[in-house]
Design a protein around this ligand. Structure first.
Ligand code: ATP
Ligand code: FE
Length: 336
């Protein structure tokens, strides 16, 4: 079974061809236009998707070494994401499925971040149901219990900012370009966590990151008043301290979820799961707490169409298809 999958929820245009659970191609076109604005500009994202989508799809087919006539289905990201961005992928996929007279499959982007763990080469070992997933991305921070491919429960989520946002906003305070998460991670490698930031007290399995961001802002403002070169002189240590605090907040919450559910299979997903500190702590947890940790390959952490493709393969197997009346949904929930 060959499926072409298209991802266009935010600022990356991506297309992938999958043969059963085996990824044959995964092309991602990043949009550089946003860096100078310090964040994603929706109108520019939508226009860039329109320019990128055809060449990206053609490249994905070429790299998979198949023609579009060999495809068995077309999948696309229905949501969540930016409306203008989602519309480009949705209408492209709908027209292509109509023209080729093959099934159309709508995919939930947040389910796909999690189900990326079922790509044949993503892990040596795939999770078995039920497992817990800490989804940490630019727009979401959730602990999800996965009962089956399309049966998920949110145990807890952020009540304000997502962890990716906390990274990106902190980077902005430090004068680093967007997206700042990978840069903070990089500088943290050579720094020491010498500063402490207070961790939020949030009930149950929920998260909060807006207070942390404010705490960091006040700390930096105060230090810069005393020493205008504070940031340049201590960048590595500041980054290591922020990274350490965020990793502690996340680990505290997963430990609590493990304790309450008794589930010791833990996966991470989403762009922030590329983070070295979180990956390290989750790997160590296998030894220390007897967990089985599932850590995705780097290429399947931030937005990519391979995760859409593998999710589509599971829907194809189950006969879950959509028709031409389907529309983009910017607010789709992981539980829907
Ligand atoms: P969502 O999936 O919630 O709709 P999104 O698709 O915009 O949001 P992703 O592409 O999954 O988000 O993740 C992007 C985020 O990941 C950005 O905030 C970026 O800074 C962050 N990120 C990427 N790499 C790292 C890293 N190594 N350390 C920390 N954060 C990182
Ligand atoms: Fe995403």
């Amino acid at each position: 079974t060959y499926i072409l999958a298209i991802e266009s929820s935010c600022d990356d245009t991506s297309a992938s061809v999958i043969c059963n659970e085996q990824i044959l191609s995964n092309i991602v076109a990043n949009q550089e236009v946003h860096a100078k604005y310090g964040g994603v500009v929706p109108e520019l994202a939508s226009r860039a998707h329109q320019q990128n989508i055809l060449p990206v799809v053609e490249m994905a087919l070429k790299q998979a070494n198949i023609t579009k006539e060999q495809l068995n289905a077309i999948a696309f990201t229905q949501g969540p994401g930016l409306m203008g961005s989602l519309l480009v992928g949705t209408s492209f996929a709908k027209s292509m499925a109509l023209a080729l007279e093959i099934p159309l499959i709508a995919i939930n982007h947040m389910q796909a971040h999690i189900l990326a763990h079922f790509i044949d080469d993503a892990n040596e070992q795939k999770p078995t149901f039920p497992f817990l997933c800490l989804t940490i991305s630019g727009g979401h921070t959730q602990i999800v219990k996965i009962n089956d491919y399309f049966n998920m429960e949110i145990l807890g989520e952020t009540i304000d900012d997502a962890v990716g946002e906390a990274y990106d906003k902190t980077a902005k305070i430090l004068g680093l370009p967007y997206p700042g998460g990978p840069l903070i991670d990089k500088y943290a490698q050579t720094g020491e966590a010498v500063y402490t930031f207070s961790k939020p007290k949030v009930k149950e399995h929920h998260f909060s990151f807006s207070g942390l961001k404010t705490g960091i802002l006040y700390f930096i403002q105060k230090q810069v008043k005393e020493n205008p070169n504070f940031i340049e002189e201590n960048l590595e240590n500041i980054c290591a301290s922020v990274q350490n605090t965020i990793a502690e907040i996340l680990m505290d919450k997963i430990k609590k979820a493990v304790k309450e559910t008794g589930i010791k299979q833990i996966a991470i997903a989403g762009g922030v799961s590329a983070n070295s500190e979180i990956r390290k702590r989750l790997t160590n947890a296998q030894k220390h707490f007897g967990w089985t940790s599932y850590i995705p390959k780097f290429e399947y952490t931030t937005d990519n169409a391979a995760m859409i493709a593998v999710t589509a393969y599971q829907k194809y197997r189950l006969g879950l298809f959509d028709d031409q009346s389907i529309t983009a949904n910017p607010r789709l929930k992981v539980t829907s």
